[in-house]
Design a protein around this ligand. Sequence first.
Ligand SMILES: [Zn+2]
Length: 159
Amino acid sequence: MPDCCCKPAPAPRGASAKCPRCGAGGRPVQTVTLKHRVKPAFLELVTKPGFLFCRSAKCEVVYFHPDGERLTKTNLRVRVGLKETEDPVPICYCFGFTEAMAREEIESSGRCTIPERITAEIKAERCACEVRNPQGSCCLGHVSATIKSLLGLRPKAVA
Ligand SMILES: [Zn+2]
């Protein structure tokens, strides 16, 4: 993705890179990302390299380590949009866009300009996904998918 600002995270270790609670495959996250997310009591724990992000929407575990450590939603300072169903559900962490903002724009104009606005901000080098996004990666793919599904939910206009 040429528009993406992210650096690849380190590769996961071994076959144990599955969430201990839900069994979903984990996505590697950098230490810097974890440090920005967790409550102060967990800072020492997350300096250990090798943590992974659980992408299951219904799973309480957000980060886990192949050695057994796990961090749940209550161990974090911020909401993780992927694991929330009630507003505000963040979809872009650098520029503060939420699912509700996308829904409102779609309801009033039938389209959504959020991906264009994010792309412009990325081009201007104002994003900070590695520290702001809980997955430490660019939100644009997730934003586009969310908007696509919101547009799909919208009742078709009567011709
Ligand atoms: Zn999980």
